[in-house]
Write a protein that binds this ligand. Structure first.
Ligand code: CP
Ligand code: NVA
Length: 329
């Protein structure tokens, strides 16, 4: 008689209520509702305050971590976080050989699901994560793709919740993202839209969020009592309670360093730019930062900088995602 290890979870495209349900993938904030975001923030706060309640939640569960790109925060937060939930992780270094090169992404997923209860993937192309998720019967988490960084946006939201007075207190607050309108920016803007913030994305011409994605974010903002606007003029930062930036050259765009540095030079977050934001404005950055380029030392090291809170919160929010996807909370 032969026995096989049967995969236990069947991911779906996302719940009708926009909640992150057991067995579902977490690839983007696109399928999350305001209630879904609030639920993850509240569970993160609980896991952060009372870690012992969840210290055996992932007992017997192994998680695969597939990384095509470098990482400090995401890898550390998943490895330490999974350990603190009583689970176990295995890191697969795909910096040299990309997913799909040695064997198809689909075959890769169908092997992994026989040993692992969940797959975390950081890839260059978002389509690679979608292929993994389509082929896999266990949940998949996007740990950064060219399109989005949903785990980062959850940590950003938790950090703002902690510093600006709670989830509901975020509604109507002005937050500004200054810089490249790619993965981190898109996910942050989606999260802020669900929070009902007045969100403004300020980027050089040609580097803003794509128009169709802007339309989705604007619709989500309007549905949740917020506003979304975008432009190239840094004076749009006026009055913002929080200012966020990211590197000018993301992983995978290294060939365009010179062009990008020229385009983004006027968008450096320095004391002069911050003087147009609210007096007590917070500064956010997903990190790693290129000090002296997108942000100056005096801003990232100022008392209003919450960048290391964001980094710590990566673990608490990712743990909430794992607990929900695996049906352990
Ligand atoms: N913010 C973030 O994702 O950092 P890493 O690239 O170090 O994981
Ligand atoms: N936008 C950056 C984020 C790194 C966490 C990148 O994609 O490299």
């Amino acid at each position: 008689m032969t026995t096989t290890l049967k995969p236990i979870a069947m991911p779906t495209a996302g719940s009708p209520a926009g909640l992150l349900e057991a067995g579902t993938d977490f690839l983007s904030l696109r399928t999350l509702s305001r209630d879904g975001l609030r639920d993850l923030v509240e569970l993160s706060l609980l896991a952060k305050a009372e870690p012992s309640r969840f210290s055996k939640a992932l007992s017997g569960t192994s998680v695969a971590l597939l990384f095509e790109k470098a990482s400090l925060r995401t890898r550390a937060a998943f490895e330490v976080g999974i350990n603190r939930l009583g689970g176990h992780s295995v890191y697969f270094d795909h910096n040299a050989g990309r997913l799909g090169e040695r064997e198809s992404v689909s075959d890769y997923a169908k092997n992994l699901e026989r040993w692992f209860g969940l797959i975390v993937a950081r890839t260059y192309r978002h389509a690679t994560i979608e292929k993994l998720a389509d082929a896999s019967s266990v949940p998949v988490i996007n740990a950064l793709s060219d399109a989005s960084h949903p785990c980062q946006a959850l940590a950003d939201t938790l950090t703002l919740v902690e510093h600006l007075g709670g989830f509901d207190a975020l509604r109507g607050q002005k937050v500004a993202f200054v810089g490249d309108g790619n993965n981190v920016c898109v996910s942050f803007a989606r999260a802020m839209a669900l929070c009902g913030c007045e969100t403004v994305v300020i980027a050089p011409e040609g580097y803003g969020i794509e128009d169709d994605i802007q339309a989705e974010i604007r619709a989500a903002a309007n549905a949740n009592g917020g506003v979304f606007e975008s432009g190239a003029d840094v004076s749009l930062v006026s009055g913002a309670r929080a200012v966020y930036t990211d590197v000018w050259v993301s992983m995978g765009h290294e060939e365009s360093v010179a062009t990008r540095t020229r385009a983004f030079e006027p968008y450096r977050v320095d004391s002069s730019l911050m003087s147009h934001a609210a007096d007590d404005a917070l500064f956010l950055h997903c990190l790693p930062a290129k000090r002296g380029l997108e942000v100056t030392d005096e801003v990232i090291d100022a008392p209003g900088s919450v960048v290391f809170d964001q980094a710590e919160n990566r673990m608490h929010t990712q743990n909430a995602v794992l607990l929900r996807q695996l049906g352990k909370a």
